[in-house]
Design a binder for this molecule. Structure first.
Ligand SMILES: *[C@@H]1O[C@H](CO)[C@@H](O)[C@H](O)[C@H]1NC(C)=O
Length: 292
C-alpha cells in the first residue's frame, strides 16, 4: 500500500487529522509549561564563596570557579571530601592479597586507599596526641556511600565519598551575620564548612529554597544541616571552647517538634543540597530559585 492510497482512504485521513490535533495540543501544553516555568524563576542572590575541603574535617580551599558534579565540588584533581583521616585500627578489607592497601573503615563499609606511611607519619606528628592516624583516599572505582539508605530525608540515589549527608552544603552570608549579632565574638562562614556561600538574600532564606539553579547547575534541597561540637572549633587556630557558637544557635535555631526525630537536639544552620544537574559554578554567578 503506498502513501497516496493511505491518505486517500477516508478512515486514514480522519486518523491523520486526529493525530494532528493531539500533536497541536501537546505542543501548546509544552509551550505553556515552558512559559510557566520561566515565570517561576526568580533571582535570589549571588555566589560569594566556593570552598572545597579536600580532606574531610580539614582546611578548605577557596576557589573562584568549580565543577559541580554528583559527588560535590571538584576543581581539577581536587575533589570535595575525598580524603579521610582514620585511626590506625581501620580494619583491612582483604587480608593477604592487599595488605593495608584498601581499608574498610568503621560503620557502613566505607572504602579508601591508604596513602602510605609518609602521609601517616606526617599527620600523626602534626596532630601530636601520641596516636597513629592514616590518610585514605576515595578512588573512582570504589563504592560511594548512600547516606539515603540509612536516613529517611535523603534520596536513595545520593552518593558521596566521605561527606556526611549530601554533596553540597550551602549557607547564606546573612545567616552568619544574623548569628554574629547574638555572639560576643564574630564567626565567619568558614566555621560552618559550607561549599557554596550566597550573598544578597535575607538570613535563613536558604531554608526555603527547594530547588535552585546556578549557571547550568540545578540543586535540590535535601535537609537542614544539624550542628554539633565541630562548629566550636576556630578554623584559624584549631582551638575549641566547646561552647560557642553552638550554644547560641541552640537558643534560636532548633527544629520544629515534628522534625525532632531527624535532628534531635542539634540546632540547624545551613542546608544540604543534592546535585540534579552538573555544570560549572563561578563566584559572582546569580542564584535562581525555581518554582516558587
Ligand atoms: C576563604 O575566603 C573566606 C572569605 O574571604 C575567608 O574568610 C577564609 O579564611 C578563606 N579560607 C582560606 C582557607 O583561605
Amino acid at each position: 500500500m503506498d502513501l497516496r492510497e493511505t491518505i486517500g482512504n477516508p478512515c486514514s485521513s480522519a486518523l491523520l487529522c486526529a493525530v494532528g490535533v493531539v500533536l497541536t495540543v501537546l505542543v501548546l501544553e509544552l509551550v505553556q509549561k515552558y512559559l510557566k516555568n520561566s515565570r517561576n524563576v526568580i533571582c535570589i542572590g549571588a555566589v560569594s564563596q566556593l570552598v572545597i575541603y579536600p580532606m574531610k574535617s580539614g582546611k578548605g580551599v577557596n576557589v573562584t570557579s568549580t565543577e559541580c558534579v554528583e559527588m560535590g565540588l571538584k576543581c581539577g584533581e581536587m575533589k570535595d571530601r575525598h580524603w579521610l583521616v582514620v585511626r590506625e585500627n581501620g580494619k583491612p578489607m582483604s587480608t593477604r592479597e592487599e595488605p593495608r592497601l584498601v581499608l574498610v573503615l568503621w560503620r557502613e563499609g566505607i572504602q579508601g586507599r591508604d596513602c602510605g606511611d609518609e602521609a601517616s607519619l606526617w599527620l600523626s606528628s602534626f596532630v601530636n596526641t601520641g596516636k597513629t592516624f592514616r590518610l585514605v583516599q576515595f578512588e573512582p572505582h570504589m563504592s560511594p556511600r548512600n547516606p539515603g539508605k540509612k536516613l529517611p530525608l535523603i534520596p536513595d540515589n545520593e552518593k558521596v565519598a566521605y561527606a556526611d549527608i549530601c554533596a553540597i552544603m550551602l549557607l547564606s552570608e546573612a545567616s552568619v551575620t544574623d548569628l554574629n549579632t547574638r555572639l560576643e565574638f564574630d564567626v565567619t562562614a568558614t566555621w560552618f564548612r559550607p561549599n557554596i556561600v550566597i550573598s544578597g538574600c535575607e538570613a535563613f532564606e536558604e531554608d526555603s529554597w527547594d530547588q535552585i539553579q546556578i549557571g547550568n547547575v540545578k540543586l535540590r534541597r535535601v535537609m537542614s544541616c544539624s550542628r554539633c561540637l565541630s562548629v566550636t572549633v576556630d578554623p584559624e587556630t584549631g582551638v575549641t571552647d566547646r561552647k560557642e557558637p553552638l550554644q547560641t544557635l541552640k537558643t534560636y535555631r532548633m527544629c520544629d517538634s515534628s522534625e525532632k526525630k531527624f535532628y534531635k537536639t542539634s540546632p540547624l544552620f545551613g542546608q544540604y543540597y543534592s546535585v540534579e544537574r552538573n555544570g560549572i559554578i563561578q563566584v559572582g554567578d546569580p542564584v535562581y530559585k525555581i518554582g516558587y
